[in-house]
Design a protein around this ligand. Structure first.
Ligand code: COA
Ligand code: AMP
Length: 634
């Protein structure tokens, strides 16, 4: 017997033109497409070529015209400023149109890039939507990144303007953004013409005359700008994500396919209705924020909760329950690490009893694997389905999920359930052939990828091909390893590259190594991800010092910790490193990071046959145990 999921899955792969063509009817088109799937230039595939759309029109204006003007589009809930603000669709239309007017008056037009470096205030979404309105390409940079990371993105995206705020608020700390922004522009070779700064009362920033523009003053005088039709295949945004080096990858998202896929996921995956309150507790700087704080909920006519706070400490472990209850949230989406933080502070879920969660229907988790303990705790305490789903910045939406709007499958702990419609997921072995159910391999998706996934990397087709398509011809390599069971459930076990996942944030250990290597006393280094009860993983560094360096190791470690914080940002959470005499390597000189990580996590490990000198591992083991890892963990 088949169900709606089986039917949708089969049809999406057998007849992608028919399947996505029908789904696309849910979007407003200025001009319909010539082709649903354009496969004329493999391995590059495009969706809805010939079509013309505007993402902002579909996310905002369309709902006002259809009578949703008075419905809240965003509820900005900010425990860190002790405020709640509702923005209706009509108000959002006015504010976005005005801000598009500000951008346009300052020379931003179709195809121009705009960097958005903002804390979690709704103006971040207004800036994104204003870019979409003009056909400009936004690139949001997460606020936890430091100047250098911002500078790298400025050089790559070459923005005409940067939109930022005077400060962010992290719990009780006010973090001035303007010095980071000014520092980044100083470092960057490319200079934006203008910076538009939202002044927040917690810490106003001095503006540079001629370059900087005050958001409020400019918006008050601006002429509202209408939506500009763009090609469905034109870029909507670039979102940089960690690659294997310090040079991040500029994931591109188009307009047409992105809207089609995202709007459809709101009903098929999340099972929410227009008008429902939907909450993704993430940050607009991450893909989850792009897709599920801003675009998908608005495309679907939902009310999106815009939360500037943490799961704990703002003010306590009941914060999530308060928001769900106060704003009548139907479906919530966050990272497992947030639930681990709550569980740690309130293991018995006592705070839950203070709130009425009767309207709450489903919790979705992603960003990292949902460990069975966290799953069981959330299921028991909340009494609603808890759905792990798996995706990446590159894919824009879930590759695997329990598609609650199509068919609810039994949850198997540790699995994000099955491949979502559109995703032909295969687990491949070293011979590039599918492996048997239960066997671990490289998780790959057969091309073409569905609408909404990345068509390429920003101005770098060659890197797109070499990073994702080259190793398994005909497939997109997710760089996750895992297996599929006999029922088609996927299990995502580990990354096959040097990406680690810290509190649901994707970070490159290679990028951190590049920073450590710049320390004048460091001859060689390695960074691995070690298991952490709260954040899933934490970075851990090994330093080999130059001959003759006899300074205290603590001092050097403190210096490299500061360097990573200054260069990459606080979000890297790099706080631990040890000095060792040598690094374990293969005979061909490859550092054995995988083995070091297994030792740190106290997992079984085998002496690699190709190791150059096994004695070094004893020293590494000792150093890790001295730092509280390895055998001294359990
Ligand atoms: N601007 C400036 N600094 C930021 C920042 C921002 N937007 N976001 C995080 N930081 C800082 C934090 O303050 C922290 O600084 P510290 O080292 O001085 O304490 C550092 O970056 C590391 O942040 P994080 O790893 O997030 O740790 P945390 O202790 O602040 O919070 C959690 C831990 C689990 C509560 C938090 O990560 C969380 O809620 N995560 C789940 C939701 C989520 O963001 N998911 C992302 C993808 S879905
Ligand atoms: P990001 O691009 O930041 O969304 O990170 C994507 C990576 O996070 C994936 O490649 C996985 O390694 C990991 N990830 C995200 N969601 C899950 C999940 N549900 N289960 C296991 N790993 C996940």
């Amino acid at each position: 017997m088949t169900n709606r999921y089986d039917d949708a899955y089969r049809r999406s792969l057998e007849d992608p033109n028919g399947f996505w063509g029908e789904v696309a009817e849910d979007i407003h088109w200025y001009r319909k497409w010539d082709k649903v799937l354009d496969d004329s230039n493999p391995p590059f595939y495009r969706w809805f070529t010939g079509g013309e759309v505007n993402t902002c029109y579909n996310a905002v204006d369309r709902h006002v015209e259809a009578g949703r003007g008075d419905q809240p589009a965003f509820i900005y809930d900010s425990p860190v400023t002790n405020s709640v603000r509702t923005i209706t669709y009509a108000q959002l239309q006015d504010q976005v149109a005005r801000f598009a007017g500000v951008l346009s008056a300052n020379g931003v037009g179709k195809g121009d890039r705009v960097i958005v470096y903002m804390p979690m205030v709704p103006e971040a979404a207004i800036a994104m939507l204003a870019c979409a309105r003009l056909g400009a390409v936004h690139s949001v940079v997460f606020g936890g990144f430091a100047s250098n990371e911002l500078a790298v993105r400025i050089n790559d995206a070459k923005p005409k303007a940067i939109v930022s705020a005077s400060c962010g608020i992290e719990g009780a700390r006010v973090i001035p953004y303007k010095p980071l922004l000014d520092g980044a522009i100083d470092l960057a070779d490319h200079k934006p013409d203008h910076c538009i700064i939202l002044q927040r009362p917690q810490a106003e920033a001095p503006l540079i005359p001629g370059r900087d523009i005050d958001w409020a003053a400019a918006a008050a005088q601006a002429a509202p700008h209408d939506c500009v039709p763009v090609a469905a295949t034109d870029p909507l945004y670039i979102l940089y994500t960690s690659g294997t080096t310090g040079q991040p990858k500029g994931v591109v998202r188009d307009n047409g396919g992105h809207m089609v896929a995202l709007k459809w996921t709101m009903s098929a995956v999340y099972d929410v209705q227009p008008g429902d309150a939907y909450w993704a507790a993430s940050d607009v700087g991450w893909v989850v924020g792009h897709s599920y704080i801003v675009y998908a909920p608005l495309l679907h006519g939902c009310t999106s909760i815009f939360y500037e706070g943490k799961p704990v400490g703002t003010p306590d472990a009941g914060a999530f329950w308060r928001v769900i209850s106060q704003h009548n949230v139907r479906v919530m989406f966050t990272a497992p690490t947030a639930f681990r933080a709550i569980k740690r502070e309130d293991p018995h879920g006592e705070k839950l009893r203070e709130y009425d969660l009767s309207n709450f229907k489903t919790l979705f988790l992603a960003g990292e694997r949902t460990d069975p303990d966290t799953l069981a705790w959330a299921q028991e305490k909340l009494g609603v389905p808890v759905i792990d789903h798996w995706w990446q910045t590159e894919t824009g939406w879930a590759i695997a999920a329990n598609c609650m709007g199509l068919h609810e499958f039994p949850v198997k702990p540790g699995s994000p359930t099955k491949a979502a419609p559109g995703w032909n997921v295969q687990v491949l072995g070293e011979d590039h052939q599918p492996v048997k159910p239960g066997d671990i391999g490289a998780i790959c998706c057969k091309l073409p990828l569905p609408p909404g996934s990345l068509p390429t990397l920003w101005q770098n087709d060659a890197r797109y091909v070499s990073s994702y398509l080259e190793e398994f011809p005909g497939y997109y390599m997710t760089a996750d390893a895992g297996y599929m069971d006999d029922d088609g459930y996927l299990y995502i076990m580990a990354r096959t590259d040097d990406i680690i996942n810290v509190a649901g944030h994707r970070l490159s250990t290679g990028g951190m190594e590049e920073v450590l290597a710049h320390h004048p006393d460091v001859a060689e280094c390695a960074v691995i991800g070690v298991e952490d009860q709260l954040k899933g993983q934490l970075p851990f560094g090994f330093l080999v010092l130059n001959a003759g360096v006899d300074r205290p190791h603590d001092e050097i470690v403190a210096e490299v910790v500061k360097m990573v914080r200054d260069k990459i940002g606080a979000v890297a959470a790099f706080k631990q490193a040890v000095v060792v005499d040598r690094l374990p390597k293969t005979r061909s000189g490859k550092i054995l990071r995988g083995t070091m990580q297994k030792i740190a996590d106290n997992q079984d490990w085998k002496m690699p046959a190709t190791i150059d000198d096994p004695v070094i591992l004893e020293e590494i083991t000792e150093a890790l145990e001295g730092a509280g890892y390895g055998k001294s963990r359990h």
